[in-house]
Design a protein around this ligand. Structure first.
Ligand SMILES: [Zn+2]
Length: 434
């Protein structure tokens, strides 16, 4: 079948499947989807086929994490690809910046892996069509009689994304490793209707626009790949005078999208999400993606810490809503107290700072060892002294509540932004056993 016809097929499926009136109907739909997924996809995976006979529910399959997912690549994938071959193709594409590598119609990509672990993902033509249709239904929404121009800022292009090119969309890839000024010129020439980028890139564009060095009239902004902080969201929306749609997309799948009220909902009609509870309403998601067939993602535990929203969202969706995507497990801070090691979540420290002060332009906190925090603080010169005092109060008050009294806070003037790197507001550089 022609690729575009496939997209239409999936689009009709997603578009007209109807909404779920309650959680029960969604859950029963997920159970049926899982059974279909077992008999259509997992039977072809050497890794999963031994489980097939006894699978009655999700929990009959083992939970998997990134390390094992890569180690078992050869036996997990259903198309007979070998890790070495796929990795060579992906690395070559990364080096040459030519991102059209295909092995027998299967696209291969390298995952970003801020954890330092290299990952590989493969996508078949059917999966690309399904992804495109999903993006069209939930995020981009085609307009009749108007071809929308989409500027997509990525560290590496992939066939997955260029699939969106069609009569309805003109997609342009912007390589975020290029200097910002060049990107700005290219962006002005392209004059997009929609700009999709990670928040740190959106903030860079925002700063240029404020200085009068970038003139674009987009009607939609899409943010993905990093945690979008509230104050950044506000500034980006005000500067470009249009709303932001937040997309929770990672190598492992298209996990969620924000609704018209700005609340992130998980895409629970295509993925099943189990919650590995951390405490209160925080959890690690364990996902099963029903749209993946070449490299099945089954009970895959992500390192992202998510906070569930307790109240129902005004939009009426039965899909679970998130209060926040906090960040990665690796960035939980750890300190020594009189009672042993104490862990502090990144968002907790940010919230305390937000309550105490709004005099900063931007900041980043890096923990270098259990007793030291490096705080990179950008603020106006006249506010600097007061701002440092307020940061110190906010952080020390929080640490004291946990019995932590020996932490040194070291302040620095500016944040080092590395093109292509994901911005993490709170980062732990303490090596952790995996
Ligand atoms: Zn909602």
């Amino acid at each position: 079948m022609l690729f575009k016809l496939k997209i239409i097929k999936y689009w009709l499926r997603f578009r007209f499947r109807g909404t779920f009136s309650n959680r029960e109907s969604l859950e029963s739909y997920q159970k049926k989807s899982f059974q279909k997924f077992v008999s259509n996809v997992l039977v072809h995976s050497p890794f999963y086929s031994p489980y097939i006979k006894n699978i009655k529910s999700f929990t009959d399959v083992p939970v998997i994490q990134k390390k094992q997912f890569i180690e078992q690549f050869d036996s997990i994938n259903t198309v007979g690809l070998k890790l070495e071959e796929a990795m060579n193709v992906a690395l070559e594409a990364e080096k040459t910046r030519d991102f059209a590598p295909v092995i027998n119609t299967i696209s291969v990509g390298l995952s970003t892996g801020t954890s330092g672990h290299r990952g590989i993902f493969i996508v078949s033509e059917n999966e690309r069509a399904a992804w495109t249709a999903m993006v069209m239904t939930r995020v981009l929404k085609p307009k009749l009689f108007k071809r929308q121009k989409v500027a997509f800022f990525l560290r590496a292009n992939n066939n997955l994304y260029t699939s969106v090119n069609s009569l309805l969309f003109e997609f342009r890839y912007f390589d975020i490793f290029k200097p910002l000024e060049i990107l700005a010129k290219e962006l002005e020439q392209f004059n997009p209707d929609c700009i999709a980028a990670q928040p740190s890139v959106l903030m860079d564009l925002c700063r240029l626009s404020i200085k009068g060095k970038l003139h674009v009239s987009a009607t939609k902004i899409i943010s993905f790949a990093e945690v979008l902080e509230n104050e950044h969201k506000k500034l980006i929306e005000e500067t470009f005078n249009c709303p932001i749609t937040e997309v929770y997309q990672c190598t492992e799948g298209f996990l969620g999208v924000s609704c018209q009220y700005g609340v992130m909902h998980l895409n629970e009609d295509i993925i099943h999400v189990e919650k590995e509870t951390i405490e209160d309403n925080r959890f690690y998601p364990i996902i099963t993606d029903f749209t993946r067939s070449s490299q099945p993602v089954v009970r895959y535990r992500l390192d992202d810490i998510l906070i569930e929203k307790k109240e129902k969202c005004k939009c009426g969706s039965v899909f679970n809503a998130l209060e926040k995507i906090v960040g990665r497990e690796d960035d939980i801070l750890s300190f020594h107290s009189g009672k042993g090691v104490v862990f502090i979540y990144p968002d907790l420290i940010c919230r305390r700072i937000a309550i105490q002060t709004d005099k900063f332009k931007n900041y980043k906190i890096i923990q270098t060892d259990n007793d030291t925090l490096h705080i990179y603080l950008e603020t106006d010169l006249e506010k600097k002294e007061k701002c440092i005092l307020e940061f110190t109060d906010a952080i020390e008050d929080l640490l004291n509540e946990y019995g932590i009294t020996t932490t040194k806070l070291l302040f620095f003037d500016s944040i080092e932004y590395l093109a292509g790197n994901k911005f993490r507001r709170v980062e732990s550089r303490i090596l952790k056993e995996k």
